[in-house]
Design a protein around this ligand. Structure first.
Ligand SMILES: [Zn+2]
Ligand SMILES: [Zn+2]
Length: 265
């Protein structure tokens, strides 16, 4: 059984039209016992989602869904926070104000450059692009303050169009310090299936990175479809679970009011 889907967007994210109740129905139809909604909460001046998230309205809708689907689906309150090492005060204020179950920490920007813009990859070699990304990810995880690190090697969603197939092994020396931070700070990894649905066709993170994390003593992972459409709720999480097991990891991590609980898989 798939234990949860902890990375789901709704119309409260600027890049998504989906209704929260439809995402809940899709989760129940797929047999998921637990999900978490994680809207974008971004502050980068160039980010299209900046200022979009409306927490009061979102919490009202979440409570409505919790009541409507009570006994059939556990609904966690998550949030996907961008560049928390830079916009730390805004993030902490949001987390202090509402009873979130967990926060995903994301990196979508390196300075003024978006890692979803093909220009970033065209203007750098593959080694430079991934080095810059992982150096920034090291800074994000050094500061921490969130619960699960989103889509570890997410640049591959876009870099694939410029460099082709991706293999993290050449970047191991850049990646290990990030994983070390995660282990030391108790940050989980969001094993994210969105890039499985793109041409890159990989999990982020995949087997190699999950193995290195396990080697360093990491135990915490969450599963995330990163769905923006009901049909993608739960998508690829069977692959994610198999890969987690193959990496030698023994648990998935559930969160309630920001307390982690490790559940055997
Ligand atoms: Zn993201
Ligand atoms: Zn997301």
């Amino acid at each position: 059984m798939i234990p949860h889907d902890y990375h789901i967007h709704t119309r409260f994210s600027c890049d998504c039209q989906a209704l929260m109740a439809d995402m809940c129905r899709a989760a129940i139809a797929k047999g998921l016992p637990e999900i978490g909604f994680t809207e974008h909460f971004d502050h980068h001046p160039k980010d299209e989602c900046r200022g979009y998230f409306q927490p009061e309205a979102w919490w009202a809708e979440l409570e409505k869904c919790r009541a409507e689907f009570a006994g059939r689906l556990i609904i966690r309150a998550g949030i996907e926070i961008g560049e928390m090492h830079i916009y730390h005060a805004e993030a902490q204020a949001m987390l202090a104000r509402y009873p979130y179950d967990y926060a995903l920490g994301s990196l979508h920007w390196i300075g003024p450059e978006s890692i979803f813009d093909v220009k970033f990859f065209k203007s750098h070699s593959e080694d430079t692009a991934f080095r810059l990304f992982y150096e920034e990810l090291e800074r994000l995880t050094r500061v921490g303050g969130f619960d699960s690190l989103s889509h570890f090697d997410v640049p591959v969603r876009t870099s694939h169009a410029v460099y082709g197939g991706y293999d993290p092994k050449p970047f191991e020396d850049y990646i290990r310090p990030v994983l070390k931070n995660c282990v030391e700070r108790g940050l989980a990894l969001d094993v994210n299936t969105a890039a499985l649905r793109r041409r890159a066709n990989v999990l982020t993170p995949g087997l190699d990175i999950l193995r290195w994390y396990a080697e360093l003593g990491g135990e915490r992972v969450t599963l995330g479809s990163d769905s923006h459409f009901p049909e993608n709720v739960g998508a690829g999480l069977d692959v994610a679970l198999d890969t987690i097991r193959a990496a030698g990891l023994k648990y998935v991590t559930q969160f309630e009011r920001r307390q982690a609980r490790l559940v055997r898989i």
